[in-house]
Design a binder for this molecule. Structure first.
Ligand SMILES: C[S@@+](CC[C@H](N)C(=O)[O-])C[C@H]1O[C@@H](n2cnc3c(N)ncnc32)[C@H](O)[C@@H]1O
Length: 290
């Protein structure tokens, strides 16, 4: 090839320089063909509530990493998630019933497992990226709202190789189910939180923050709260009247399973006995749910 190019030039020196430039350009363009990690927000329920960009990225990805819960949703996501592309479960030993118990009884051991998985996942993803592959890491809802991938497994990951595809959060689907504006006339702000964020893993941070918040009209949204409703209600009772409106939206966005439970602070614990679900529900409290 070099000879052919050189033959077209009268001056061999110019031809060699030209050839070297071409080689340099080609090598740069190949070096630039690196892969990428996408953290994808899959929405609260199924593909009809997932952004088209998220579905396209998932379909086109070379490799998929997702939680064990996702395969159950494969049926719903059909062609969008190819189970053969799923490399492994990045949440092994970290999520699930057993891991949840360990987190409560031996946090130190649990966090060591997280560290181990974090290293494994990041090493795997880095290798795939270097091979020029795209990896899609799937999160329920929106990855930036209590999405576990960014928070637990991707801390410290080189963000130049990372793109986050936003998703509809459970909050959006739950507000739609309530058919109310969450930012009404009087509402000063909307607070997205969880019992753990507000009060600490074992509620060790105390509840004086709730006293401060109770001075304002706020729409309070609690993720991951169903399993600790007793303690949450106990704290609310110290600072709010029994008629504080509360609602729980179960399976928000699921066409057949969505359920809205409207109640008040004084009655919510009795009402909760009617439903046997401790995970997939969002608590929203404040005047806006009325
Ligand atoms: C680890 S957080 C994930 C939140 C997710 N990233 C989001 O933006 O919705 C899990 C919690 O989100 C809430 N959640 C997720 N999907 C839900 C749904 N479809 N309906 C009601 N709550 C949901 C529940 O409170 C659940 O315990």
């Amino acid at each position: 090839m070099e000879r052919k190019i050189m033959a077209r030039f009268k001056y061999p020196m110019a031809a060699s320089t030209f050839f070297l430039i071409i080689c340099f350009i080609i090598s740069i363009s190949y070096a630039g063909e690196k892969g990428k990690l996408y953290v994808v927000g899959m929405g609260p329920a199924g593909p009809d509530l997932t952004a088209p960009r998220a579905l396209a990225v998932t379909e086109e990805a070379d490799v998929i990493l997702c939680s064990p819960g996702m395969p159950k949703k494969f049926e719903k996501f059909g062609k969008h998630i190819d189970p053969d592309k799923v490399a492994f479960n990045p949440w092994e030993g970290i999520h699930g019933e057993k891991a949840g118990k360990l987190k409560k009884t031996n946090y130190k051991e649990w966090i060591q497992r997280v560290e181990k998985q974090r290293k494994k996942v990041q090493a795997f993803v880095t290798q795939q990226i270097e091979l020029g592959r795209t990896v899609a890491m799937l999160d329920g809802g929106d990855p930036c709202v209590y999405g576990p991938s960014l928070y637990w497994l991707l801390k410290g990951f080189d963000e130049r190789c990372l793109e986050v595809i936003p998703g509809m959060s459970a909050f959006n689907a739950a507000s739609a189910a309530l058919k109310r504006p969450m930012t009404g006339d009087k509402t000063r702000f909307v607070m997205l939180t969880s019992p753990r964020s507000l009060f600490g893993e074992s509620h060790e941070k105390g509840d004086s923050i709730l006293k401060d918040i109770s001075r304002y009209d706020v729409t309070m949204v609690f993720y991951m709260s169903l399993s600790s409703m007793d303690r949450l209600v106990e704290k609310f009772r110290k600072y709010y009247p029994p008629d504080l409106p509360m609602a729980i939206v179960y399976y928000a966005g699921y066409a057949e399973k969505e359920k809205v439970l409207r109640s008040r602070l004084g009655t919510i614990l009795d009402d909760l006995k009617k439903v046997d679900e401790k995970w997939l529900g969002l608590l929203i409290a404040g005047e806006s749910v009325l």
